[in-house]
Design a binder for this molecule. Structure first.
Ligand code: THU
Length: 155
């Protein structure tokens, strides 16, 4: 699997499906429940058959129970469409009440979960997110998670 990370200066430079998923992820931030962080995150993924599933972060007064947008979308996809591979996932974020996107790269927990989805389906997932200095990033889960822990370790 590829561990190449690509950087793009403008969203327009990404392929049409990636741009569409970024748009769907932006839409998904509408359903973010983030009264504590006030950081609204949305994720949208595309399955191999073109189905799009989205998710938004869901917070809780008991902070460790907060769930990231990426995992909401991933678990929804696995539950509703078991066995279908995920081709791409986009994640975006903005501060509550702000229109412009903030840089937001997947947290370590989401990278670990993405990696397990990727290794289960034996096919890279293209992850698209907005990094520092306004650069769009495209990478597989493996690319985002060097020296990772996986099930091979226990075999
Ligand atoms: N968050 C995500 O939804 N995805 C990430 O990859 C990073 C963080 C959410 C969790 C929490 O609701 C808020 O952003 C602040 O951490």
């Amino acid at each position: 699997m590829s561990n190449l990370i690509q950087f793009f200066d403008h969203l327009e430079n990404l392929d049409a499906e990636s741009k569409y998923l970024v748009h769907k992820a932006r839409e998904a931030t509408t359903h973010s429940y983030a009264p504590y962080s006030k950081f609204c995150v949305g994720a949208a993924l595309m399955l191999e058959d073109g189905t799009v599933i989205s998710g938004a972060n869901q917070e809780n007064a008991a902070f460790p129970l907060c769930m990231c947008a990426e995992r909401v979308a991933l678990y929804a996809a696995a539950s509703a469409h078991p066995g279908k591979a995920i081709n791409k996932l986009a994640v975006v974020a903005h501060k509550k009440g702000h229109k412009e996107l903030s840089a937001a790269t997947c947290c370590g927990a989401c990278r670990q979960v993405l990696l397990e989805f990727e290794s289960r389906q034996k096919k890279p997932i293209e992850i698209i997110m907005l990094g520092a200095a306004g650069k769009w990033i495209k990478s597989s889960a493996e690319g985002l998670m060097p020296l990772s822990f996986g099930k091979e370790a226990m075999e």
